[in-house]
Design a protein around this ligand. Structure first.
Ligand code: NAD
Length: 299
């Protein structure tokens, strides 16, 4: 018999992820604070609970897909929290993007309450959540990873066991730090090329076949033209929003500080994206950073 799933947080990501689990035959009971999210969930065959703890009662697996670490830790704890409501031995899958330290705290709380847990953040965005093609980066015991894998496969295409507690969030934060820094580097190079009289296509043709090659250039190219599917061709409609990049780089800076790593480029990238997200960039694709770099350059 399929495992009973409680799904807490049915937003842009959690909604379609829960729908994919229901489509795969799992009995899913969901909860969100927003009524519209609950209505949509019902349409996808999800049973709606009156509270998060009601959803967790009698579940074999509790999945959380919430905005930030403080929401996760608050939802887990207290007499009305998920950890108290769930039967001993329940598997907790924490899929939100949260700080590595918060993920480790969540693991400790889960274990202390007699449950099992994995951090399993995702990449792939809302398109990946809808298509069931997310990448999951998991941290926790091998046995718990094996138990979670079939569920993760119903929501994703690539499922990677990264190591012990917190390793999934660590992989996510490190990857997105590379992405934020490399998008700024590619954007600065295009703006410099413009000032030096180099066409976008010429720079793309050289760099995409040379040592400047990277995802920020060849898939999410910040100028319109060279890569027809990149957000630059549709007025920087996301994609991956500037606000989410700013959030993830904030987590990277937290991790750098906590681990005592220098990370000057990561810190700078966080500053650049925080400013971008504080202005027009919050809802734009993060590659829209090129327009800010251009605007800040002497014409
Ligand atoms: P979202 O804001 O659309 O969804 C979060 C949902 O959680 C909301 O519907 C909110 O009402 C609900 N919520 C908050 N507190 C709650 C509580 N106590 N009980 C029940 N529901 C509660 O955000 P999202 O885009 O779905 O992102 C969720 C997580 O996934 C975030 O951590 C984000 O960083 C991460 N993520 C997002 C993307 C993306 O492209 N959107 C990609 C990868 C990872």
């Amino acid at each position: 018999m399929s495992k009973k799933v409680a799904f807490i947080g049915l937003g842009h990501m959690g909604g379609p992820m829960a729908a994919n689990l229901a489509r795969a035959g799992y009995p899913v009971t969901g909860f969100d604070l927003v009524a519209a999210a609950l209505d949509q969930a019902r349409e996808h065959g999800i049973t709606v609970a009156a509270s998060a703890s009601d959803a967790a009662r009698g579940a074999d697996v509790v999945i959380t897909m919430l905005p930030a670490g403080r929401h996760v830790l608050a939802a887990y704890q207290g007499p009305e929290g998920l950890l108290a409501a769930a039967a001993p031995g329940t598997l907790f899958l924490e899929c939100s993007t949260i700080a590595v330290d918060d993920a480790r705290t969540a693991h400790d709380l889960v274990r202390a309450a007699g449950h099992r847990g994995l951090d399993a953040p995702v990449s792939g965005g809302t398109a990946g959540a809808e298509a069931g093609t997310l990448t999951f980066m998991a941290g926790g015991d091998a046995e718990d990873f094996a138990a979670a894998k079939p569920l993760l496969e119903a929501m994703g295409k690539r499922i990677v066991h990264c190591g012990g507690p917190g390793a999934g969030q660590a992989a996510k934060v490190c990857n997105n730090m590379i992405l934020g820094i490399s998008m700024i580097a590619v954007s600065e190079a295009f703006v410099l090329g413009e000032q030096l009289g180099l066409s976008h296509q010429a720079l793309f043709d050289v760099a995409s076949n040379a040592s400047g090659q990277c995802w920020a250039l060849t898939t999410n190219c910040p100028v319109p033209g060279p890569v027809s599917a990149s957000p630059a061709n549709r007025d920087y409609e996301p994609g991956f929003a500037g606000a989410l990049m700013a959030k993830d780089l904030g987590l990277a800076v937290q991790a750098l500080e906590s681990a005592g790593v220098e990370g000057r480029m990561g810190v700078l990238a966080e500053e650049v994206y925080r400013r971008f997200a504080g202005g027009d960039g919050a809802d734009q694709d993060f590659s829209g950073i090129i327009n800010e770099i251009r605007a800040n350059s002497k014409a």
